[in-house]
Design a protein around this ligand. Structure first.
Ligand SMILES: [Zn+2]
Length: 202
């Protein structure tokens, strides 16, 4: 009985500890941390800049945009029922470089050659008006076009979650293996109309 009581107390104390972590918000320095409300997506996926092999340490505003998009993305992921592999998420116009330290944490790297550089323009050759800049757009790998076709057939899912999908002709890639799906949360956007009401042309 006594042992049981100790177990119960330990259980309650563990619950309190978890509650404290949630209250403090998520740990953006842990690349493996799940984004709050979106367990299928991690800090790594949202903040890694693959072409430069570094992280961008996001501002509060960017964290909020990432969290908002991640939550919507999770609803799509749940309905889709298959992995969604991120190609690229945030593309900052002024990179705040981060690197992995010996304990596996993302730490500031102020001496990086990439500090303050415009990843969006240099890598994507995209305008600073892109939703990727703030973290409210994401590109998802889709070599077999399965996600593309699923979303075209389920545009209510996009509408219900405030999402827009870029026209699949624009995201076809030069070779089929490079095909991707672009989703974003831009509010001032109109679709192609008719049956393609949540799909936009760039
Ligand atoms: Zn994109």
């Amino acid at each position: 009985m006594c042992m049981r009581r100790i177990c119960f107390l330990t259980f309650i104390i563990s619950l309190m500890a978890v509650g404290t972590i949630f209250a403090q918000g998520m740990d953006w320095s842990n690349p493996r941390a799940q984004i709050t409300g979106a367990p299928s997506f991690t800090v790594h996926e949202a903040t890694y800049l693959p072409s430069w092999g570094i992280y961008h340490i996001p501002t509060q505003a960017e964290r909020s945009e990432i969290g908002n998009l991640a939550y919507s993305l999770q609803q799509v992921r749940n309905a889709y029922g298959k992995p969604m592999v991120i190609e690229c998420w945030i593309r900052p116009t002024s990179v705040n470089p981060g690197k992995i330290d010996s304990s596996g944490r993302i730490v500031s790297d102020p001496n990086s050659q990439y500090k303050g550089r415009n990843y969006n323009r240099e890598i994507a050759r995209s305008s600073d008006g892109s939703e990727h800049v703030s973290g409210s757009a994401v590109d998802i790998k889709d070599p077999n076009k399965t996600l593309t076709d699923f979303l075209i057939a389920n545009q209510k899912l996009l509408a219900d979650n405030g999402l827009w999908m870029e026209n699949e002709v624009s995201t076809a890639g030069r070779v089929p293996a490079n095909r991707w799906v672009h989703l974003d949360k831009k509010t001032s956007r109109g679709g192609e109309g008719g049956a393609r009401y949540r799909i936009f042309k760039p």
